[in-house]
Design a binder for this molecule. Structure first.
Ligand code: SAM
Length: 317
């Protein structure tokens, strides 16, 4: 029917799990199955040139992503759920936009990290790979069924540095000495999911308008979980992300939390070479990142990176 909004299907993004393998071996594996890797994707001159290649991707061709070195891009509709590299945990089927938050947080190997809303665990296993499985990665989820999935997903991905907590993160005391060395936190809370393209394709425009009341309670929850993350005593960097397109869950949450934490934190430019930025009617909008089907060929996503102010200068940024 006319009122159903249709987005073109997204490419199939494949994140190479560096805990199990490397990009060259995965490319070689697909080539041995008759796929051809576009060598030019090692050296695009511009994002526009990359987007044009993604747009024309068909059949058994694939490329490297422009921004994320461990992400490969296949044509829409490829289903790798039965593929041996997927079943043995060598590749993770994760939308490109959802690979951005852990890439930006980039916790150092050996550091202490919290993933406060972790299940099913795509970003947790990515964080473990960035950390080279060294350090402590505390992963929380309060939902029982999703927590089980998290456990098995992390085992399959070869994650060894995770400490799993089936717990409401809001009830974790920032004064608990278990977490006193935590410097990096990923906040990827439940959201309306209004950015998910497959969802957009199955609902009508009318249904898409998330009721104001629901949006308000999601936003309050998101703001409290982000504030809670910032209250850990040694936290240095916190990345906040949603798969929502609503400003109420994105820039407005960031604005509220920056105000309520009284100048202790500032935003740094999330993924500097990403051109699609946050909404321009917020003065900090350009520091945040948005992604969407057009122009980025990803789900709708929002990412902000907050860092503790260490001196007056940084806070004036
Ligand atoms: N980061 C995950 C990934 O990349 O695979 C996706 C996280 S999903 C958007 C949000 C998760 O937050 C859900 O699994 C939900 O159960 C969990 N959650 C919601 N409120 C929570 C809370 N107060 N404490 C811990 N987990 C919570």
């Amino acid at each position: 029917p006319e009122h159903v909004r249709k987005e073109a299907p997204l490419p199939r993004y494949v994140r190479v799990n560096l805990l199990k393998t490397n990009v060259e071996d995965v490319i070689g594996h697909f080539e041995s199955e008759g796929y051809s890797f576009d060598q030019c994707s090692n050296n695009y001159n511009s994002y526009e040139e990359y987007l044009a290649s993604v747009k024309s991707l068909t059949g058994k061709h694939f490329l490297k992503d422009f921004h994320l070195p461990n992400v490969l891009v296949f044509p829409p509709g490829k289903d790798f759920h039965q593929h041996p590299l997927y079943t043995d945990g060598s590749i993770i089927l994760q939308d490109k936009a959802s690979c951005i938050p852990a890439h930006i947080l980039s916790p150092l190997p050996g550091s202490n990290v919290i993933d406060c809303c972790a299940a099913p665990g795509n970003k947790t296993s990515q964080l473990a790979a960035v950390m080279n499985n060294e350090g402590k990665l505390h992963a929380f989820d309060k939902d029982g069924a999703r927590f089980k999935t998290l456990k098995s997903m992390l085992a399959k991905a070869g994650v060894q540095c995770a400490h799993l907590h089936h717990q409401d993160f809001l009830k974790v005391s920032p004064l608990d000495k278990t977490y006193q060395d935590v410097e990096f936190v990923l906040v990827d809370p439940s959201c309306s999911g209004s950015g998910i393209v497959s969802r957009l394709n199955s609902i009508t425009d009318k249904e898409d308008s998330t009721p104001t009341q629901r949006l308000g309670s999601l936003a309050s929850f998101q703001a409290s979980i982000l504030k809670h993350a910032l209250s850990f005593p040694n936290v240095r960097r916190v990345v906040y992300s949603t798969c929502s397109t609503h400003r109420e869950e994105n820039e407005e949450v960031v604005q509220r939390v920056l105000l309520e934490t009284g100048g202790q934190f500032h935003l740094t430019r999330a993924l500097p070479n990403w051109t699609h930025r946050g909404l321009g009617d917020f003065e900090f909008g350009h520091l945040c990142l948005r992604a969407s089907a057009q122009p980025d060929y990803t789900n709708g996503f929002f990412v902000a990176c907050l860092e503790r102010c260490l001196g007056d200068k940084e806070c004036l940024d």
